[in-house]
Structures are given as C-alpha cells and as structure tokens.
Design a binder for this molecule. Structure first.
Ligand code: FES
Length: 251
C-alpha cells in the first residue's frame, strides 16, 4: 500500500459479510461485529484518533437487521458522530454508513474503491500531524467523552420510543424537534467536555477558557454553572477578583 493512500477502518456486520465475495483492498481493514447498530461510538472516534483516515460502517440493508433496530440505531449514532466530528474539526465525510448485502450486484470492493477515491480528495487525516496537547487532540478527547456520556446514550436509545410512540399526554415528539434537541445537547456536551479536559491539569479562568473554546465569557460561565451542578467542576481558588476553575473527576 502506498504511504499516502488513505487508510480506511471498516466495521462490518457479520450478516453483511461474505468471505467468498470479499476482495478487500489493501488500504482497508475489516473488523466484524454482531450488528452495526451495536457498535460503540467511542470505538469509531478511537480509530480516527489512532490514524485511520476514515471509518466505514457496513450494516445489513434495511429492514434486514437481525436485531430489528440496528439500522436505525446505526443511523442515529452516525448522525451524532458526524456532528461531533464537525465540532472537533474533522471532516464528517471521514465517516460513512453503508447498507450492504452479499447478494448486491455491486461488489463490496467497488464500494471501498469509491470511498477511497472520495477520501483521496480530502488528503490524509489532520490527526496524523497533531501533537498530543494540540487543540485538535483536545477536541477529539472531548468528543470521545461526549460519545461515552450516559445522558446522551440514554437519549439515543430512546429516539424511536420518543418519536414514534405517544407520551402520557398523548403527544409524539416530531423527528425534527428531536434532531434539533439532539444537536443542542451534543453541542453543549462537547463544550462542557472540552472545558473539563482543559481544566484537568490546571485551574483556568473564564477569560482563558472563553479564548480556548471560542465562546463569549458569559456563555462559558453558563456552562460552568451547569458543570458545577453535575459535579464536573469546582472553584479552585480566586486571584484578586478572578475565579479559577478545575475539573472534578467524573464518576
Ligand atoms: Fe446487520 Fe443489525 S444485524 S445491521
């Protein structure tokens, strides 16, 4: 494989995999999973962090998921991850969801070649050149923390229930409303996790944090108030009239 060839990490559902049909290009590595809807979103970010230029998720063609809800679970995971990648400074195109069946007329290797071609246009992942304390790596760490956040996982697991069944008041949440709520939660969680990562090693003032996250001091202060309610942050000390905040370990 050429050195500047994009490296693609592929997670593929067992039921979409067919040994005899597979001709896998040398720039693509495949890990098989039970159902693509059950993949841990943190794992996908870790692959990107560890040097993959792109990640491809391959699942059974809807409605063929053997676990019934895997297709919709995978779609929502990808939606959240793409949002997180944008916030972190990575092109969302570096993540692709493909529905595939071994009886497809188009071969799996044609799909991977097409995707490799797309990724060549993006050049290699910026993570490859980033050093560990760089803003990009801090963003990736924050994105991983968001992806493993319990609150977010609960919400993701309830998308179908919230948008398709009526609640005790006889109402459904329209999908658009759910999506914008999700976007809002992901963006706010990302800022909080980034503040948390930044203040893990030393206490910082709101002014320093607002420069680091590119937000107004008043917005940062609002996030810190929320973080203190969630036991993620504490007031460490005051210099003159300036408070300095430090991350608390999240249990
Ligand atoms: Fe293949 Fe769920 S079993 S997508």
């Amino acid at each position: 494989m050429e050195n500047n060839e994009p490296k693609i990490a592929c997670f593929m559902c067992n039921f979409a995999f067919c040994q005899t049909e597979m001709r896998i290009p040398s720039n693509t590595s495949i890990a098989r999973v039970n159902c693509i809807g059950r993949i841990d979103p943190v794992l996908i970010l870790e692959m990107l962090e560890k040097g993959a230029d792109a990640v491809m998720l391959v699942g059974c063609k809807p409605p063929d998921c053997h676990y019934i809800e895997g297709n919709s679970q995978a779609e929502i995971t990808v939606k959240v991850l793409k949002k997180l990648m944008c916030l972190a400074g990575l092109e969302p195109e570096r993540l692709k969801l493909l529905w595939y069946s071994p009886i497809d007329k188009k071969s799996f290797s044609s799909y991977t070649k097409e995707y490799t071609e797309e990724m060549r246009k993006l050049v290699l992942s910026p993570i490859k050149k980033a050093v560990s304390e760089s803003p990009l790596m801090i963003n990736i760490l924050a994105a991983k923390n968001v992806a493993s956040e319990f609150r977010l996982r609960v919400l993701l697991g309830r998308e179908k229930e919230l948008t398709e069944s009526v609640n005790v008041y006889g109402e459904k949440i329209p999908i658009e409303e759910f999506n914008s709520l999700l976007e809002e939660i992901v963006a706010s969680e990302f800022v909080q996790q980034k503040i948390h990562v930044l203040t893990q090693t030393k206490p910082l003032s709101i002014k320093t944090l607002s420069e680091a996250v590119g937000m107004k001091p008043a917005t940062v202060l609002r996030q810190i108030v929320n973080m203190r309610r969630r036991n993620m942050m504490t007031l460490d000390h005051i210099e003159g009239t300036t408070p300095f905040y430090k991350a608390l370990e999240v249990k």
